[in-house]
Design a protein around this ligand. Structure first.
Ligand code: LMR
Length: 389
C-alpha cells in the first residue's frame, strides 16, 4: 500500500556522520562532524553550572501539568533579556516570544507562519547550515541562494550579497546567521550589518536571525549585536535562538522564537497564530531544559559562572584555531569565529580523510573546531596535507 514503492533517502549531511563515526573501530579516529563542543579530553561534558541548576530544580515542588502552548514566560523573559539586552524592556510591548524545540523548531514554526501570511521566497546564503534548506522547503517557501564567499573561500562576497538582495521582491524573507556563521565562521562587519539593515528597510524584506552560538564568538552581548541593531530600527523581523551549544543542552531541545511586530495589537495577533501552529505540531514544549536556563540566568552567581564556563569553551576553541592555522599555514582560520571552519577540500579529499585516516568532517569541508585537542590537531593537520588540502 504505502510502503511498496518507498525509496530510501540519503542520511542527514550532518547528524548522519555521527553514525558512521561510531561504527568505525579505529581508536585513532577523530570526530569533526556534528557541531557539539568537546573538552580537551574530547568529552561532551555537561556544564558545571547546568548540573548545579539541575540539582536546584530537582528539589523544587513540581506540578504534573502542561506548559502553556508557547512555553514558560519566566524562561522567555530571561532568554529575551539575553538576546536583546538593554533593548528588551523597550521592545517587549511589541516583541512576541514563544519557547521552541531548539532553534530548528523555532525556524520551522516561523516558516509555517510566514507562508500562512503570504510569504513566498526566502534567501539563504550558500553555503549555509544544510538544515535551513530542509526546514524552509518543508514550510513550502521557494528557496533562492546567493554566494556568500569570494572564490578565494576566505572573504565575504558582500557585493554579491547586496546585489542579490537589491533585486529581491518586496516581502521576501532573508535568513542571516547572527554570528559565528555556520559553516564558514566568517561574519559581516558592523558596517556591513548596517548596510544589510538599510537594504532590508528599503526593499521591505523580512529578516530572520538564526542565533545559535551566542557567547561562542566574541562575547554574549556582542554576538547578538546585529539582532539588536535591526530590532532598534523598528523593522518587522524574527530571531530563532537555541541554547544547545551555549548551555550544553543539546539533547534537551531548548530554544525560543522572537517575532517583532509594530505594536501590542500585532503582538497579540502574531501570538494567536503561532500558538495555533505549535498546537498542531507538538502541542506545547518540554519544560526541563527551559527550567535550567531560567535558573542559571535569574541567579546572579550562577549567571556569572555560566559566562566564565562559556568563555573557557570559546578560548579552548580559539587555541585550537591558532594551532590548526599555524600547522596548515592558513592565517584566515584564526580570523574566523565560533565552532566551525570551512576548509578548501574536495569531496574526494574529505572521503579520503575518512577512509584512510578516520577523520570525519562534513562533505563540504566543514570541521567542528570543538572536536580538536592538543593531541589530535597535528594528526589532523598532517592528514589534511597528505590528501592535498
Ligand atoms: C551543526 O551544524 O552541526 C549543528 O547545528 C547540529 C545540527 O543540528 O546540525
Amino acid at each position: 500500500m504505502y510502503f511498496e514503492k518507498l525509496e530510501e533517502l540519503p542520511h542527514d549531511p550532518i547528524l548522519g556522520i555521527k553514525g558512521a563515526f561510531l561504527q568505525d573501530p579505529r581508536s585513532q579516529k577523530v570526530d569533526l562532524g556534528v557541531g557539539n563542543y568537546k573538552n580537551e579530553r574530547l568529552q561532551e561534558e555537561v556544564m558545571e553550572v547546568v548540573k548545579e541548576a539541575e540539582t536546584v530544580i530537582c528539589k523544587q515542588e513540581k506540578k504534573a501539568d502542561y506548559l502553556p502552548i508557547d512555553g514558560s514566560q519566566e524562561f522567555l523573559q530571561k532568554a529575551g533579556e539575553l538576546v536583546f539586552q538593554e533593548e528588551y524592556v523597550l521592545l517587549s510591548h511589541k516583541l512576541y516570544a514563544a519557547q521552541s524545540v531548539g532553534g530548528t523548531g523555532a525556524l520551522r514554526v516561523l516558516g509555517e507562519l510566514l507562508v500562512k501570511l503570504g510569504g513566498k521566497e526566502i534567501y539563504l546564503c550558500n553555503p549555509t547550515w544544510p538544515n535551513h534548506h530542509l526546514i524552509f522547503e518543508k514550510a513550502k517557501l521557494k528557496i533562492i541562494t546567493y554566494r556568500y564567499l569570494e572564490d578565494n573561500g576566505i572573504e565575504l562576497d558582500f557585493k554579491n550579497q547586496i546585489k542579490i538582495l537589491q533585486k529581491a521582491s518586496e516581502n521576501s524573507i532573508v535568513v542571516f546567521h547572527a554570528s559565528c556563521h555556520n559553516p564558514t565562521g566568517i561574519d559581516p562587519s558592523r558596517r556591513e550589518w548596517e548596510e544589510l539593515l538599510a537594504i532590508c528597510q528599503h526593499k521591505r524584506l523580512f529578516p530572520i536571525f538564526d542565533l545559535a552560538y551566542q557567547g561562542l564568538g566574541i562575547a554574549v552581548a556582542e554576538d547578538a549585536w546585529p539582532v539588536r541593531l535591526f530590532a532598534k530600527s523598528g523593522i518587522e523581523m524574527a530571531t530563532a535562538v537555541t541554547f544547545s551549544k551555549n548551555f550544553s543542552l543539546y539533547s534537551q531541545r531548548v530554544g525560543s522564537l522572537f517575532i517583532l511586530g509594530k505594536d501590542e495589537e500585532q503582538k497579540r495577533k502574531i501570538a494567536s497564530h503561532v500558538k495555533q501552529i505549535i498546537r498542531s505540531f507538538y502541542s506545547n514544549p518540554p519544560s526541563h531544559g527551559a527550567m535550567i536556563v531560567t535558573e542559571v540566568l535569574q541567579n546572579e552567581k550562577m549567571r556569572r559562572r555560566w559566562e566564565l564556563e562559556l568563555a573557557k569553551m570559546r578560548e579552548r576553541m580559539q587555541k585550537m584555531r591558532e594551532a590548526l592555522s599555524l600547522l596548515l599555514s592558513s592565517p584566515q582560520i584564526m580570523q574566523q569565529k565560533g565552532m566551525f571552519s570551512l576548509l578548501p577540500l574536495t569531496v574526494s579529499q574529505v572521503k579520503e580523510l575518512q577512509a584512510k585516516y578516520g577523520i570525519y568532517l562534513l562533505e563540504n569541508g566543514r570541521i567542528n573546531i570543538g572536536g580538536l585537542n592538543n593531541a589530535n590537531v597535528q594528526i589532523v593537520a598532517d592528514a589534511i596535507k597528505k590528501v592535498g588540502g
